[in-house]
Design a protein around this ligand. Structure first.
Ligand SMILES: C[S@@+](CC[C@H](N)C(=O)[O-])C[C@H]1O[C@@H](n2cnc3c(N)ncnc32)[C@H](O)[C@@H]1O
Length: 483
């Protein structure tokens, strides 16, 4: 018997009064222990109609996933890039068999639930309008909510959350121990998303969010206030193991005017804001006898024994005349790192450049609305992954993530791999020219990734470029038929 089952048996012995048909009624147990019946309204966390049902299905799915025969023997080609056409929940389940613990970075750009975007899902966790309204009808009687707009709005949030939850849940399992997921989102669902991600990944694994300043000329929604940023939430599989590359420090103030043999240096502040009384000792200039103390309320940034050592080595330099301060040199070689952490604000990359990039790839305008700019995903990939890492995007859209992976691979002579998933969503293009070419968004994804791969194959001199820029295109419908 597993430890949880053993503990449940112990609870049954301790509290026989809460046994109903041989099972523990946990609500009754809670009431017995606390004197209160837990009400969903009073529990911390985000609740929505349909959540319990979704969690029950998730539990069953989780049990299914732990059975090894889930894939019926199907295996993805592991050493290559993949583009999978199909619903991402089905794809994630299949990928979980083979890639659990192997994906370093997941980037997703799900539908933002603006009310205008269509989002496609084939699972039945999300409630239909009718089911939702039926439940709301029941509630209305008890608390007299009557606003149909807010009810309708609630349904959209509930559907979106029930769609995202199981996908994020499996995504977490795919991550390596030092891996992380990056999720683009705007104000419509950002704060709901944060709450479910806290639940799935654990609050402590929230790395932070990028604020991406993505527009310079936002529309005025009539309030005179316009959001011109989006968020990218980052959650780690295990926060203690993640590491961003960071950005190079500005070292331009390190110079060597006195030809110091230890190399470049800059003037350091010899005093600190905090310390103890033993760090307020006098320092005597060996040339002039002048005595120095730290400024009022401050402390020396080093101990007394350092003064002799650093005077001898030339790190502390005393003036030969009275009335001048001594110099403390900070050498470039003493820096622990030549990088500093990356800022959480991303500037200088605009949404509009995503469209411009598409226009360069396709002749008749951009065949996809608001693709993410390659530079944005490049930045994330460059910051977070290394040669050999695997990057997954299961809301692939036009395939910007694959484009960015290939661009970084070319620039850094690396072989990071990508897996993209895109559903065969019927195509609703910007330009009618493209409606004739692509029946489904996944066809456009295939075409863009092929075109970009061909461009890189042309200019990359490496022997293994076929493998680096090549990719397998797999349809979940074919996999299901053949297995
Ligand atoms: C906002 S777009 C992603 C855009 C992408 N980042 C780009 O730069 O082109 C979201 C995409 O997710 C796809 N999608 C929505 N639901 C899906 C599902 N259940 N499975 C797979 N893809 C889905 C949509 O068809 C859409 O192309």
């Amino acid at each position: 018997m597993n430890p949880i089952a053993q503990n449940i048996e112990k609870l049954k012995e301790l509290f026989p009064e809460v046994l109903v048909d041989g099972h523990i009624d946990f609500e009754m147990l809670h009431q017995l222990l606390t004197g209160n019946l837990p009400s969903a309204d009073e529990q911390y966390g985000l609740h929505w109609p349909g959540k319990s049902e979704m969690l029950r299905s998730l539990k069953n799915m989780h049990e299914d996933l732990s059975k090894t025969n889930h894939s019926n023997g199907f295996r993805f080609p592991e050493a290559n890039n993949l583009l999978i056409e199909g619903d991402n929940l089905q794809a994630l389940k299949l990928l979980a068999n083979q890639f659990s613990g192997k994906v370093k970075m997941i980037y997703i750009d799900p539908p933002y639930n603006t009310g205008n975007d269509s989002f496609a899902y084939s699972d039945n966790f999300a409630e239909t309008r009718e089911e939702y309204l039926k439940k709301q009808g029941k509630r209305k009687k008890s608390n007299q909510i009557n606003a149909s707009a807010s009810v309708e709005n609630g349904r959209l949030h509930a559907s979106w959350l029930s769609m995202m939850y199981p996908r994020l849940f499996i995504a977490r399992q795919l991550l390596t121990d030092d891996g992380a997921i990056f999720v683009s989102i705007d104000n419509n669902e950002a704060f709901n998303l944060k709450l479910i991600m806290d639940e799935i990944f654990g609050e402590k694994n929230f790395v932070g969010e990028f604020i991406w300043h993505n527009r310079t000329t936002p529309n005025d929604p009539g309030t005179g206030f316009a959001a011109d940023h989006e968020f990218i939430f980052i959650y780690a599989r295990e926060i203690s193991k993640v590491r961003f590359k960071g950005v190079p420090k500005d070292l331009s103030n390190y110079k060597n005017p006195d030809k110091d043999p230890r190399g470049l240096w800059c003037a350091d502040n010899p005093s600190a804001a905090s310390g103890s009384d033993s760090y307020r000792f006098p320092i005597v200039n060996p040339h002039t006898g002048e005595t120095y103390f730290p400024p009022q309320g401050r402390f020396w940034a080093f101990s007394p024994k350092r003064v002799e050592e650093w005077t001898a080595s030339g790190k502390l330099v005393f003036p030969k005349v009275k009335g001048k301060n001594f110099l403390l040199k900070k050498y470039q070689f003493e820096l622990k790192s030549d990088h500093k952490p990356i800022s959480s604000v991303i500037e200088g990359i605009l949404t509009s450049s995503g469209t411009k990039e598409m226009k360069k790839i396709f002749e008749n305008g951009s065949p996809f609305k608001f693709p993410k700019p390659v530079d944005l995903i490049w930045l994330l990939i460059e910051q977070f992954t290394q040669d050999g890492d695997l990057v997954l995007d299961f809301f692939a859209g036009s395939g910007t993530t694959a484009h960015a992976v290939m661009a970084v691979n070319h620039a850094q002579e690396s072989f990071r791999r990508f897996i993209l998933v895109q559903i065969a969503e019927p195509y609703e293009p910007e330009s009618t020219t493209y409606r004739d070419c692509y029946r489904f968004v996944s066809h456009l994804t295939y075409d863009r990734v092929s075109r970009v791969a061909a461009q890189f194959k042309e200019i990359d001199p490496r022997q293994d470029k076929e493998q680096i820029y090549g990719f397998h295109f797999l349809k979940l419908s074919d996999i299901a038929q053949n297995s």
